[in-house]
Design a protein around this ligand. Sequence first.
Ligand SMILES: NC(=O)c1ccc[n+]([C@@H]2O[C@H](COP(=O)([O-])OP(=O)(O)OC[C@H]3O[C@@H](n4cnc5c(N)ncnc54)[C@H](O)[C@@H]3O)[C@@H](O)[C@H]2O)c1
Length: 247
Amino acid sequence: MSTELAGKVALITGGAAGIGYAIAECFLQHGASVALFDRDPAVADVARTLDAQRAIGLAVDVTCRQAVYQAVEQTVGHFGRLDIAVNCAGVALLAPAESLSEEAWDRTLDINLKGTFLVSQAAGQHFLRQKSGNIINMASQASVVALPQHLAYCASKAAVVGLTQVLALEWGPHNINVNAISPTVVLTELGAKAWAGEAGEAHKKQIPLRRFAEPAHIAATALFLASPGAAMMNGANVVVDGGFTIC
Ligand SMILES: NC(=O)c1ccc[n+]([C@@H]2O[C@H](COP(=O)([O-])OP(=O)(O)OC[C@H]3O[C@@H](n4cnc5c(N)ncnc54)[C@H](O)[C@@H]3O)[C@@H](O)[C@H]2O)c1
């Protein structure tokens, strides 16, 4: 079955950088139009540079309900439809459990989990009305296994998988597919902060494939989940980790 997304419209949070940006590039290459939601004010320029016709960039903080709902409306107004929502905005604030600040806990849960909830709900209301839709949530290998200094991050990503499963259960009967992707380390800005240097080299040795993922590997997985060939995928947590979590 085809992986073409011609005529489809996708919103991608965190689309100004890293994995979200790679997904935007990949979806554009396969014919979709994309709306990048990112708190980075450069997002409009990023989108224009990607594709002046088929990409728009909206400065949105995914933790703000009103901004999220407005941006979804703006996307539908601009492109005339919405088919896919990719929740990729995220942060990793690392500290030993005994000294993790309440602020770091709240920020992590707000962006990684509440942001995913708000965007899924705003897009989901639209998908329910049109009786079709596709939601892809970026979780992490941290949703499956414990990683040192990742208390808030692991909790947020395990919860993203729980959220994904409940949405898949409730919205599946309405022809809406909801799935998660759980990558291993990807050396984006976020990945490099946690895993550059010695910690990363030690981690890499524990991955059976002995390498980290590239943003394009995660984009290819998102492309599959967004495509007609994945029509029976619902509620899955697709682990893209070089085998790390089987060890
Ligand atoms: N890089 C990795 O190793 C890795 C591994 C597994 C999962 N992930 C997940 O993949 C996703 C993307 O990570 P990345 O490595 O591309 O990160 P990144 O830091 O390179 O990019 C994240 C983007 O999200 C945006 N963002 C952050 N908070 C936001 C908010 N409140 N509202 C709107 N936009 C916001 C940032 O401005 C940035 O453009 C995250 O959810 C992350 O947890 C990353």
